[in-house]
Write a protein that binds this ligand. Sequence first.
Ligand code: C2E
Ligand code: MG
Ligand code: MG
Length: 730
Amino acid sequence: MTIRPIPLRTLVSAIGLSIAIVTAVTVPVAYFAIGYSSVARVLDFKADLDARQVSKYIYAHEELWQFQQVRLIDILHLANGEENEVNKRVVDSAGKIVVDERHPLAAPLIERSRPIVVRDEIAGRVELRASLQPLLAETTIVGGLSILLGMGVFFAVRVFPLRVLDQTLGTLLRTNQRFDAALNNMSQGLIMIDKHQRILVCNDRLIELYRLTPDAVKPGSTLDDVLQFRAARDGLPGDLDRLRNTIRLQLGSGAASTFILETTDGRQISVNNRPMPNGAWVSTHEDISERRAAQAEISHMALHDALTNLPNRRYFQQRLEQHFDRRERDQKFAVLCFDLDRFKSVNDTLGHQFGDKLLLQMSDRVRECLRDGDMLARLGGDEFAILQDSINPLTDTSALAARLNEVISAPFDLDGRQAVVGVSIGIAVAPTDATDSHELLKNADLALYRAKADGRGTYRFFEPEMDALMQSRRRLELDLRNALASNQLELYYQPLVNLETDRVCGFEALLRWKHPEHGLIEPLDFIPLAEETALIVPIGEWVLRTACHEASSWPNDIGVAVNVSAAQFKNQNLALVVTSALARSGLSPRRLELEITESMLLANTQTTLATLHQIRALGVRISMDDFGTGYSSLSYLRSFPFDKIKIDRSFVHNVSSDEDSKAIIRAVTGLGASLGMITTGEGVETQEDLDYLRREGCAEAQGYFFSRPQPASEIPRMLGMRAEKPKAVA
Ligand code: C2E
Ligand code: MG
Ligand code: MG
């Protein structure tokens, strides 16, 4: 779209030049003509006057007037006064010059003559002539001025308007170029049509968008031409006539409209039509395929898990809500929440990439168990959920749970490495167990919690009591957070008796919680909760400090044993905590003993062993507690040089009447002796228990037979105790 100023410039130039030339020529020519006629008139008049005077004179002096030259000259002078510019002469009828007053005049000259009529006869002639030079000189001056005027006119008519025109056109041109640049660099295609659907403007982007040619959309072509061009080249997304109709209807409505157009190559173009005041239309076209794809990708990502591509918690929750909203009468559906048992150890031992592989394989296996309409989602980590549609909970859901257990418990082959995990499943059924999606998911979670507590590898349906239990657990957790700060925790001590000397050689510190409402709470009722909530870290630290502080006031040969949880090892500064507790109390490290259980070695082996070695390097002794209750006790004994093995009380009590226990105790004491570890029998309640342990070579014993755990204030009394004379303590 370009405006061409050249013809206009030529026109203006031609007009300007013509006017200037006409001005420069006409004025002097006119001036000369007017001047000439005026001189001629004056000469005519003078000649007339002179002829009359001379005629009068001749009338009076008829004869010999030709010889009265002096008189005639007077008459001529009298008539016109002294004139140098005009020459006069009088000629008689015979053509003889009577008076000649002529003197030389500068050429060019103008001449006039008049007859001298006397009594109706021509007696002669008066001839006058004058120089035209003054007139020519004036005309020259006027001509010069006219040229100046012509130049002025030329400037006024050509140069000035063209300059203004140039400026205006320049501005217009620049504006137009900017407009062009803006138009052609738009990310949107733009087309402007008049009320007859003729194209007024169309930018490059539109040409590119519909794979047109500049010729197909040149100003003047119609929308229909463009449609036909497209139909011929790429084909149209629909029928040509139908498209024409749609366009006609839309433009006919006179209202702005927006719609999405699909091209034959599958792109989506957003079209926006806007009417203009004079019946014209502006239509913008934007390829939104990528944006839509990105949006779809983003919304997919927002609702799916990146690893398994399964729906995530948010999506699952949405689907649940929809299910509640659209549920038909009597229609039931179930949520099965499940997580993997021992998945953490797969991650820890094989690495996360194998953990990821396992999750992928597992989701494939689970998907195979589902029916159309069911949904599997990953809620996070190793936590999954299934929405089971339209069910009979007792048959369908139990069957699915059993099947899940079966497929998930089967070994996984992770690039040649085998891994086995289990699954715990919690089930809640709508609408019986919940009235909304959140409650349903929460209750399935509670059931899962119960399934795990009941020994994993199993499934549990939600029961309302679970909720009550969970509530009380939550209250307990809140209370426990408060317990440390409110001094509700206390250490009890249970003596450890040396079976060689029959004297108390140390005490095990055992935690008690004096709850303001519930009274004394045993550790087994709150330590697991403290471990789950990581409250065990500050509590364990307090236990260590308090036990060390207490023990520092005891006789030098009496040691103190402190129980340490696995959760405390996750917090890697346990060695520092031990060092600081020893330093503060001034207790010798060799009087401190830490009791750990096998479960600790099960989790996070490398770091745990490193920390144990650090602590042992301080001189602190390490005991294996509750030995015999774990999984593969013997290998754990090899993994760390324990100072002591504490045989679990389940083997010790009533050992004399249980052959299996006898065998185990014998084996462990033998093992301890050969590995250079002391063995301690826990749970000695009777003389028989004690006797048996003594016979088998146990070095130490602990149990109600000697004393129940007692507050610190009882320590002096317990120190006086002997193995053979147990004091009954309430
Ligand atoms: P444990 O370390 O094996 O402690 C011995 C448990 O056996 C104590 O129970 C003790 O009262 C009980 N016991 C001792 N002799 C007998 C007996 O002759 N017969 C019977 N039936 N039981 C006996 P308690 O105090 O209830 O502690 C239970 C467990 O709680 C402890 O087992 C220990 O694992 C844990 N625990 C206690 N205090 C702490 C602590 O401060 N930190 C940590 N992490 N765990 C602790
Ligand atoms: Mg213990
Ligand atoms: Mg024990």
